[in-house]
Design a binder for this molecule. Structure first.
Ligand code: ARG
Ligand code: ASP
Length: 719
């Protein structure tokens, strides 16, 4: 009884007041949170964080390469981000003879810094609330398509104007709260970004997949780049005559360290969260979608692993693939466990019951919101089987490398057999495809993929209800049912497995050579799946997801009216956000307490475990450790490596600056704890912790391990 009462009071408190550490706030509106932030220890003002009329901390932050965040740490354009964010660049400069992944890289001089075609960083110049402007031409009778077109029209003209304001400006308008609000983001984009430094994998990826998403963590997950500009400090394509960029603002690095309870702020580009989804959606996620996707990746990962364990060449070829497949797989497992632990479906239902009761309180509310929840229920039950096919399409069909490879040929092939097709477009397509083909075969191993094919086709046939399957699977099942034998036949016949033949056929692609691809067994299997999906799933699937988008627009509007005192924050959508919280350990499981920081002692400890290839630190690091040669970075006879805090972060926040109460850089965000990964759907301050690299470990590696004093000297380090 007492407990029940407490629970109600507590949940009302959570619903109405918001939770101190939850939230990814818009920099432009951060003033609304300032009182709370200051109560938690923050010492700066809202203008220090975001100010369009002068420089502010936002000017030291970039979206790095599309999917990550980075920050400036010197007056000469030096930037720090994660090692896993700079990985493609570090890899692209690596060869067998000069393996930067294995050995690390430290540019001895500016001239040695390595250019990276294709890599961009974006500074946010400003953001504007454009809601009223983009919605001004809407009329009540418009359907969704007309609505979007009207919005697009205004948006395009605003974007065009904004992009004329400065060199390298790019603007984008994004919906917030499912289209209840719109903001324009104006960026300045720099395209000459050079690799300056990276520790070896054995530091930058220490712990590998074993420790990924896990605390305690000991990964030196950082790399260094430098932005170059033309003589006027403006963006310019790569040129040897470019000069280091002079930022409006860069972070001072604090060596003062963190204590439990200290204020922390993460300022970066979180990618995607779904805090508003209903109980029906959470149910679909944790009881259907995640388990299916996890199950299919279990199959792929165990096949990868058996080949990688047996063969060193395959181990190298599949290292990045394995890491990519394992990353989301492990996150989904953590997310599912977390949402179940929180009884998220029941929590969502409770909110929905409140919403329904509120919406019944007067006729206006009833008309606008009363029908929403039953409609959600209907749409999600209709969506469930379709979304199952979509998940199997992504994970089982596209999980087979050759099927995914074959899918890339479809457009070109249909052009090649169409006498009316535009010749120039055809040639352009073909050339792009040739680059892709060469890339594909670099890391492809036929034996691995044949096993994957057999296992995933079998899983598809066994696990997907028959009425949701393309017919050929069942036909084959009735004929023989020996998937490995089928795989053996197909993989020995298909031209897609033969890079030379594929390239030759592509070189003089015409309707005859196109037929050879079109008649290929791999292409045909790909097409059977695709044809089934297009005829039976695609259209309705997108109709439903579009309808859900509209329902959520009204639902979220209603939630905001129902809770007028609650401070709402929009879901992450790859725009710049502020998350604040405190340094804190936690209690992840029964009988387990996590401390808030790790040290180099833990690297030594892990290295003593037998036969864990992810736990092999470089010899030189262990020599420094044994000699306690820590320079000025020692704290109580050791070096701090990582710490956890209660900042609300997600994918895309990797590389984000982690700031102390004065706005100095104390860490670089790189991950979350496994028990925290449900935070994309439901944040819980008792369990949600982001993991940051301690800047003192980064400095120790740059200075003592790499001896790159030149880099240390350009930073401003507060003792
Ligand atoms: N889990 C982190 C993130 O989602 C780091 C991934 C990179 N590390 C790895 N071992 N795969 O990006
Ligand atoms: N590791 C993630 C990233 O790369 C961060 C996270 O999901 O917490 O952005």
């Amino acid at each position: 009884m007492r407990k029940a009462f407490l629970f109600v009071v507590l949940s009302l408190f959570l619903v109405f007041k918001g939770i101190a550490d939850e939230g990814m706030w818009l920099p432009m509106l951060i003033g609304k949170n300032l009182a709370e932030m200051q109560r938690m220890g923050f010492k700066l003002t809202a203008e220090d964080l975001y100010n369009v009329n002068g420089s502010s901390l936002k000017d030291a932050i970039v979206q790095f390469g599309g999917g990550c965040t980075g920050e400036l740490i010197s007056a000469e354009g030096l930037l720090i981000t994660n090692h896993h964010c700079g990985y493609p660049e570090i890899q692209s400069h690596s060869t067998i003879e000069n393996n930067l992944l294995a050995n690390g890289f430290w540019a001895a001089s500016r001239a040695d810094e390595l250019p990276n075609p294709g890599l961009e960083v974006k500074f946010l110049v400003r953001m504007d609330d454009v809601t009223n402007r983009v919605l001004k031409n809407l009329t009540p009778g418009m359907n969704e398509r007309e609505r979007l077109m009207s919005i697009q029209q205004v948006a395009d003209s605003l974007i065009q104007l904004a992009e004329k304001e400065g060199v390298g400006y790019e603007a984008i308008i994004r919906p917030f709260y499912y289209g209840n609000q719109y903001y324009m983001f104006v960026y300045q984009v720099y395209k000459d970004v050079r690799l300056v430094g990276a520790p070896p994998d054995a530091i930058g990826k220490f712990g590998g997949d074993t420790d990924n998403w896990v605390w305690p963590r000991h990964t030196g997950d950082f790399s260094l780049f430098r932005i170059y500009a033309d003589k006027n400090n403006n963006p310019a394509p790569y040129s040897p005559s470019n000069v280091p960029f002079k930022p409006k603002k860069f972070f001072k690095i604090s060596m003062r360290g963190v204590k439990e309870g200290d204020f922390t702020l993460v300022y970066g580009f979180p990618g995607r969260t779904q805090q508003f989804i209903t109980s029906h959606a959470v149910n679909l996620l944790i009881n259907q979608s995640n388990p299916n996707k996890i199950g299919l990746r279990d199959i792929r990962l165990s096949i990868f692993k058996s080949f990688m364990d047996a063969n060193d060449t395959i181990a190298i070829k599949y290292a990045a693939k394995h890491a990519r497949v394992a990353n989301a797989w492990k996150k989904w497992i953590g997310e599912t466990m977390g949402l179940r632990r929180l009884d998220a479906v029941a929590q969502k239902q409770e909110l929905e019951n409140m919403f329904a009761a509120w919406a019944a309180t007067n006729p206006e509310l009833k008309e606008r919101y009363g029908w929403l929840l039953p409609k959600f229920q209907n749409l999600y039950s209709e969506l469930a089987p379709l979304s199952l096919v979509v998940d199997y399409r992504n994970e089982a069909v596209y999980g087979v490398e050759l099927l995914s490879f074959a899918s890339r040929f479809e457009r070109l092939l249909s052009m090649a057999i169409d006498p009316k097709a535009d010749k120039e477009k055809l040639i352009e397509q073909r050339e792009n495809l040739k680059d892709y083909v060469r890339d594909f075969f670099k890391d492809f191993e036929l034996d691995v993929d044949r096993e994957v094919f057999a296992a995933l086709m079998k899983a598809y046939q066994e696990r997907v209800p028959q009425k949701l399957q393309p017919e050929f699977l069942n036909k084959f099942m009735l004929q023989s049912g020996n998937w490995r034998q089928l795989a053996g036949q197909i993989y020995s016949q298909t031209v897609f497995a033969d890079s030379v033949r594929v390239l030759t056929l592509l070189n003089d692609i015409d309707s005859t050579s196109a037929r050879e691809f079109l008649n290929d067994p791999i292409f045909n299997i790909y097409f059977e799946f695709e044809d089934y999906y297009r005829k039976n799933v695609q259209k309705r699937y997108f109709e439903i997801t579009d309808s859900l988008e509209i329902l959520y627009r009204t639902y979220v509007e209603g939630l905001m009216r129902m809770q007028p005192d609650k401070r709402f924050y929009p879901d992450a959508n790859s725009t710049l956000r502020i998350a604040y919280g405190k340094v804190a350990g936690f209690n992840p499981r029964d009988g387990v307490v996590y401390d808030y920081y790790t040290t180099i002692d833990g690297i030594y400890e892990k290295s003593q475990q037998r036969n864990v290839p992810d736990y092999v630190p470089p010899k030189r690091l262990m020599e420094l450790y044994q000699a306690k040669d820590f320079g000025p970075y020692a704290v109580n006879g050791t070096v701090p490596v990582a710490f956890i805090a209660s900042n609300h972060t997600t994918g895309g926040n990797s590389g984000s600056p982690v700031l102390d109460a004065e706005g100095n850089l104390i860490g670089v965000n790189f991950d979350r704890c496994w028990e925290s990964t449900m935070s994309d759907v439901m944040f819980d301050p008792n369990y949600c912790r982001n993991i940051s690299l301690d800047m003192r470990y980064a400095l120790f590696i740059i200075d003592k391990y790499a001896g790159a004093k030149n880099l240390i000297n350009e930073m401003v380090i507060l003792q």
